[in-house]
Design a binder for this molecule. Structure first.
Ligand SMILES: Nc1ncnc2c1ncn2[C@@H]1O[C@H](COP(=O)(O)OP(=O)(O)OP(=O)(O)O)[C@@H](O)[C@H]1O
Ligand SMILES: [Mg+2]
Length: 251
C-alpha cells in the first residue's frame, strides 16, 4: 500500500486558532489564525524568538488556556468545547507536562514525585509503586529513586520530571523549555529521552525550545514568529503506523 493511501490521522490539531490577551483597554493578539497537525510517535519542536507565542501555543494545545477563535482537537475530542471539569479530567488522563524549572516538591523523594499524579488517577497503591519505578528506571533514575531534589543534579531533576510526566502513560506529552536550565550535554540527554518516549510509546510529544542545538534531535521542527508558524520542516518521514490513539475513552 502506498503512503498516501495510509495517510495518518493527526492526534492533535489546531485549526484557525486565535488567542489574545487584554490588559486594561489594550488587546494584544498573540496567536493569529494558527493551524497545525501533530502526530503520534513523533517529537515536534517549536522554535522561535522570545515572546512569539510558543508557550501560549503549548498552553492552548494542552487545554491549559482557552482560545478566542478556532478549534483544538485532541485524540478526536474538541477540547475547546469542553466544560472545565471535563477538560480537567481529559488533561489528567491524557496529558503530561515537563517544565523548564522542573517543578518538583522539595520534601518528596524522586519516587514520591512520580507516584503523586498516579494516586490522582485512582490506581491501587501497588500499581502506583510499580509504574513509578518503571518510569524512573526508563529515565535511568531507578537507583536514585529515594533521593530528594536537593540531592539531585539539574539533569537528574529533569529526568525525574520526565518520569513523572510519562508514568501516567499519557498520549500527549508537552514540554516547555525543558532543557533551558541545563548544560548542553544534559539538554541533549533530556531531548533524546523525550524523542525515545515518542518512538517507543507512540506518544505525541510537543516541545518548545529556543535552543538551536536541539533542532536536529526532533522529528519535525516548526518555526514560529509573531504568533504564526512560518516554516514546518521534517528531519524524519512520518510513519504511517502512527495514526493511533484516536477518540480518547470518555471518562
Ligand atoms: N497571561 C498573560 N497576560 C498578558 N500577556 C501575556 C500573558 N501570557 C503571555 N503574554 C504575552 O504574550 C506574548 C507571548 O508570550 P509567550 O509566553 O507565549 O511567548 P514565548 O514565545 O513562550 O516566549 P519565551 O521564549 O520568552 O518563553 C508575550 O508578549 C507575553 O507578554
Ligand atoms: Mg515561553
Amino acid at each position: 500500500m502506498n503512503a498516501s493511501a495510509m495517510s495518518p490521522i493527526p492526534s492533535l490539531t489546531a485549526h484557525g486558532v486565535a488567542r489574545a490577551f487584554v490588559s486594561g483597554r489594550i488587546r494584544t493578539n498573540i496567536l493569529h489564525d494558527l493551524s497545525i497537525d501533530l502526530y503520534a510517535g513523533e517529537l515536534t519542536l517549536i522554535s522561535g524568538p522570545s515572546g512569539c507565542g510558543k508557550s501560549t501555543l503549548l498552553a492552548v494545545l494542552s487545554g491549559l488556556q482557552r482560545i478566542d477563535a478556532g478549534r483544538v482537537t485532541a485524540l478526536g475530542n474538541r477540547i475547546d468545547e469542553m466544560g472545565q471539569r471535563e477538560l480537567e479530567r481529559f488533561r489528567l488522563l491524557h496529558t503530561g507536562f515537563v517544565f523548564q524549572g522542573f517543578n518538583l516538591f522539595p520534601a518528596l523523594s524522586a519516587l514520591e514525585q512520580v507516584e503523586l499524579p498516579l494516586h490522582y488517577l485512582g490506581l491501587p497503591a501497588k500499581d502506583v509503586r510499580e509504574r513509578a519505578l518503571r518510569a524512573l528506571e526508563e529515565v535511568g533514575m531507578g537507583a536514585r529513586s529515594r533521593l530528594r531534589p536537593t540531592e539531585l543534579s539539574g539533569g537528574e531533576k529533569q529526568r525525574v520530571a520526565v518520569a513523572r510526566a510519562m508514568a501516567k502513560e499519557p498520549e500527549l506529552l508537552f514540554a516547555d523549555e525543558p532543557t533551558s536550565a541545563l548544560d548542553a550535554a544534559n539538554g541533549q540527554m533530556v531531548i533524546d529521552m523525550l524523542h525515545r518516549i515518542a518512538r517507543t510509546h507512540g506518544t505525541t510529544v510537543l516541545c518548545v525550545s529556543h535552543d538551536p542545538r536541539l533542532l536536529g534531535h526532533a522529528d519535525r521542527v516548526l518555526s514560529m514568529e509573531d504568533g504564526r508558524i512560518l516554516s514546518d520542516r521534517r528531519n524524519s518521514p512520518l510513519a504511517p503506523s502512527h495514526s493511533v490513539n484516536q477518540q480518547a475513552s470518555s471518562p
